[in-house]
Design a protein around this ligand. Structure first.
Ligand code: TXA
Ligand code: MG
Length: 309
């Protein structure tokens, strides 16, 4: 693994892109301080340049060089870093992250991942890695090397870390305003942050357009239609099931968790959607999934996957 990591770091230092595992999903990484490297990510992902990227750091000291690290930030970082929490913080004037990475905003999305391979790469690289999820814009996220290849072929060097641990992206909390706001539910459960900040708000998606441009209504889309909260599976549909029930597809069915375990369901979520996302099928029927704990993040992804807007 060490020689693979060294090779990945060489690629980053040259201003090129790698794909690497984190504990949430695979990321497409580039040197966050180089404009040309950041542009390559936007181009490869076909991502609109107004949708900013998350910066990945090796430790808190490095974060503090780029953003104003508030008391609230310290409380959340002490509890959840390294781990699947992204904090939106005000940029320092003397920071040196490419403005393209944050799409020209005065805030920066920061996180310290807990995945051992990601941390090794960050330590060897000794810099900041800007990394969106390793999928084409608006498509399904990647939780294994296979999914990254499906999106980008063999165009980029992929560090293989097997299936990711959480299977769903980091929770994003905006701390740049007076009241903390969850911009994206994710792998850290909202109730765990609410325990610390009871006034925590959830982003109102209807009103929001600019503050989290990535929270576009249409996202995480399979290439065939998807129908949610089904009571009955249609004749030509495949089924993404959850828990024990009487739903059944004659064509193909996968169960996210027969025991209705939402953490297990999150881990398998993108993996199973990739498996069912095949143009030889007509559409994907999805069973109702409890909207608590990790279910909140799963249902957020499902709603966007099914959106026609
Ligand atoms: O788990 C994760 O967060 C993964 C792994 C690779 O770290 N990354 C990820 O990145 O999900 P991406 O690019 O797919 O999603 C990042 C989200 C986008 O919705 C983007 O709009 C938002 O973060 N974002 C980035 N910078 C922001 C900022 N300054 N203010 C508000 N939202 C921001
Ligand atoms: Mg993404």
């Amino acid at each position: 693994m060490n020689s693979i990591i060294n090779h990945a770091v060489k690629i980053l230092k040259k201003g090129n892109i790698i794909a690497f595992p984190t504990e949430t999903v695979y990321g497409l990484g580039a040197d966050a301080k180089k404009n040309e490297a950041i542009l390559k990510i936007f181009k490869l992902k076909k991502r609109p340049t107004f949708n900013p990227l998350i910066c990945h750091f090796k430790n808190i000291n490095e974060v503090k060089k780029q953003v104003v690290f508030t008391k609230k930030a310290k409380i959340l970082a002490d509890k959840f870093w390294p781990g699947p929490l992204t904090l939106i913080l005000k940029k320092r004037k003397n920071g040196n992250i490419s403005n393209l990475a944050s799409s020209g905003l005065d805030t920066l999305a920061c996180r310290i991942p807990s995945n051992k391979i990601a941390l090794k790469i960050l330590n060897e690289f000794n810099g900041v890695i800007a990394a969106p999820s390793a999928n084409l814009s608006s498509k399904l996220s990647s939780t294994s090397k296979k999914h990254v290849v499906k999106n980008f072929g063999r165009k980029i060097f992929i560090v293989d870390g097997g299936l990711t641990n959480y299977g769903i992206e980091s929770t994003i909390v905006d701390l740049s305003k007076k009241i903390p706001i969850v911009l994206r539910p994710g792998a850290i459960k909202i109730e765990n942050i609410q325990n610390i900040f009871p006034n925590l708000r959830l982003l109102n998606n209807k009103k929001n357009t600019i503050s989290s441009p990535g929270q576009l209504k249409k996202h995480y889309c399979p290439s065939i239609p998807i129908r949610l909260n089904v009571k009955k599976v249609r004749k030509n549909e495949v089924l993404l099931n959850f828990g024990k029930n009487s739903l059944h597809s004659n064509i193909k069915e996968l169960n996210l968790s027969e025991n209705s375990d939402l953490d297990e369901a999150a881990k398998k979520f993108f993996e199973y959607l990739h498996k069912l996302d095949n143009e030889k099928y007509h559409s994907i029927a999805v069973a109702p999934i409890k909207n608590t704990g990790m279910g909140i993040a799963i249902n957020d992804r499902l709603k966007r996957a099914a959106s026609n807007e």
